[in-house]
Design a binder for this molecule. Structure first.
Ligand code: GDP
Length: 470
């Protein structure tokens, strides 16, 4: 079925996208099959995007309407959601995926406000028509500095009582602020009554840095359609992520070179993603002990015989390779020393590699994001995956891989016991979901609403999708 995802592109797309066809040579084909309904929905979406995408007559007509500020019911039937970036690459990939599912569910066209730091990371996902918001979009220069909720924000309109649910006076565009720190009014986006209003607005400009997929599964407006699209609720990001995010040729060249040089020959590849959010609460020694404790408990790698040392480099073929990704180099150095200086008790040879150690997050730098994307993708080619709690970087790798990872639980000065555990769903966590009931407006545990939305393994208050049949 994944081949069905691929078929359409190879004959239509002019722009080169080597990864789209070559990825099957590097990553195992997915054991999770998309529903035929999802495949046909994607084909219909591609048609819609072709009809309404940038430079089409429909797009030009819709732009006129946007500029006028008024809804013009005669100006065509194209509606849009424009995604605006916030935070690191993992967050961006997850929120774009959420925005895309929202577009699928509401018959909107998804356009990406691409800042310079995102240029040439991904191939165009849809055949013949770009998903990049054109440079001459009227609010282009406003959006890049758009941290604050500004006029025409949905939350603000509700606060100022300019929207009357019974006789709504709606503008032709609205800002939706759906990042981790959005407030109660912004979160009314997740209420069916508000969706009914929003469906009338042709342009929605959405700033988001979160995976809000799970909350859409709590809304009765989308319930039935989502059930048909995703009979298996644990593969939503897996399918949509693999459909949307293909590395550009530039990034693909780096991925394949690194893979061939360091990872290809091993019998088993183990990816270990180490994300440190605070050096204070996650001191180096404790994190290192946590990683070693996890490796030992889960029997991921052979133990070393510290009584013996390796006199000369082994001529044996490397049988296991550890791919460490981290902003810091210390973890790699420690593991490399351990396996480089002592033989393993099983006689296996373990090699350790780390593609980069960038030291600081610099999400506004294009080359930094290229490196991040290379490493997320390399992790997704692992046979076994160890990820850090709370990290969207790791969520994307596990989702693209299609695997429930071993999660290094959040450290708060002391090492958690157990140090890690197997995720019970490979879906990413929504870190900051609404926690109120739309009808009563009272605080509620939303995981009591449906069986396939539960709290995350790594964040108590977060929610994620689960497969209820396993
Ligand atoms: P999160 O903050 O862990 O949820 O992940 P994000 O991807 O949203 O933001 C973290 C950003 O920091 C990444 O996108 C990278 O820019 C950088 N970063 C964090 N960990 C790594 C790493 O292991 N390798 C590289 N190359 N960059 C990293």
């Amino acid at each position: 079925m994944i081949l069905v995802f691929l078929r359409k592109f190879s004959d239509i797309e002019e722009e080169s996208c080597l990864s789209r066809n070559q990825s099957v040579l590097y990553r195992k084909s997915s054991p999770h099959k998309p529903s035929s309904y999802l495949v046909s929905k994607l084909r219909s979406y591609e048609e819609l995007h072709k009809r309404c995408g940038p430079r089409t007559n429909s797009y030009k007509r819709s732009l006129k309407q946007l500029k006028s500020g008024q809804i013009d019911h005669d100006s065509g039937d194209c509606k849009y959601v424009v995604w605006v970036a916030d935070c690191g690459l993992g967050n961006r990939i997850l929120s774009i995926t959420s925005a895309f599912l929202y577009a699928l569910l509401t018959d909107r066209v998804l356009l990406i406000n691409q800042e310079k730091e995102m240029v040439d990371l991904f191939c165009e996902p849809f055949p013949t028509s770009s998903w990049i918001l054109p440079e001459d979009f009227p609010f282009k220069n406003k959006m890049s500095g758009f941290y604050q909720k500004v006029g025409h924000s949905y939350g603000n309109l509700l606060k100022s009582n300019t929207i009357n649910y019974s006789t709504p006076m709606l503008p032709s565009y609205l800002y939706l602020y759906l990042s981790h720190d959005c407030d109660h009014d912004d979160q009314l986006f997740f209420c069916d009554q508000d969706q009914a209003l929003l469906s009338k607005v042709p342009w929605l400009i959405m700033r988001s840095n979160v995976n809000f997929l799970p909350s859409m599964f709590l809304m009765s407006s989308f319930d039935q359609e989502l059930d048909k699209l995703f009979p298996d609720k644990e593969t939503v990001f897996h399918h949509l992520g693999r459909y949307l995010f293909h590395p550009s040729d530039r990034v693909w060249g780096l991925i394949t070179k690194y893979y061939q040089d360091y990872l290809a020959k091993a019998e088993k590849r183990i990816g270990i993603q180490i994300r440190i959010f605070s050096a204070k609460t996650s001191p180096f020694g404790s994190v290192m002990d946590q990683i070693l404790g996890c490796i030992q408990k889960e029997k991921l790698l052979p133990e070393v015989d510290t009584e013996k040392s390796i006199a000369s480099p082994s001529k044996n073929q490397t049988s296991k390779v550890i791919l460490v990704t981290s902003l810091f180099r210390g973890y790699f150095e420690k593991l490399n020393k351990m396996y480089g200086e002592h033989p393993t008790k099983t006689g296996e040879v373990v090699a350790v590699y780390q593609p980069s150690n960038e030291r600081k997050q610099q999400s506004w730098e294009n080359s930094h994001n290229v490196q991040a994307w290379v490493e997320i993708y390399l992790l997704s080619l692992s046979d076994e995956l160890v990820t850090s709690a709370w990290s969207t970087f790791g969520y994307v790798a596990q989702g693209l891989r299609g695997m429930r990872p071993l999660i290094l639980y959040k450290i708060d000065r002391t090492i958690p016991d157990p140090p890690c555990g197997r995720g019970v769903s490979m879906e990413p966590c929504y870190h900051a979901p609404p926690i109120f009931d739309c009808k009563t407006k009272k605080t509620v545990d939303t995981t009591t609403f449906v069986p396939h939305v539960k709290h995350c393994e790594d964040i108590r208050w977060g929610i994620k999708l689960f497969n209820t049949s396993t």
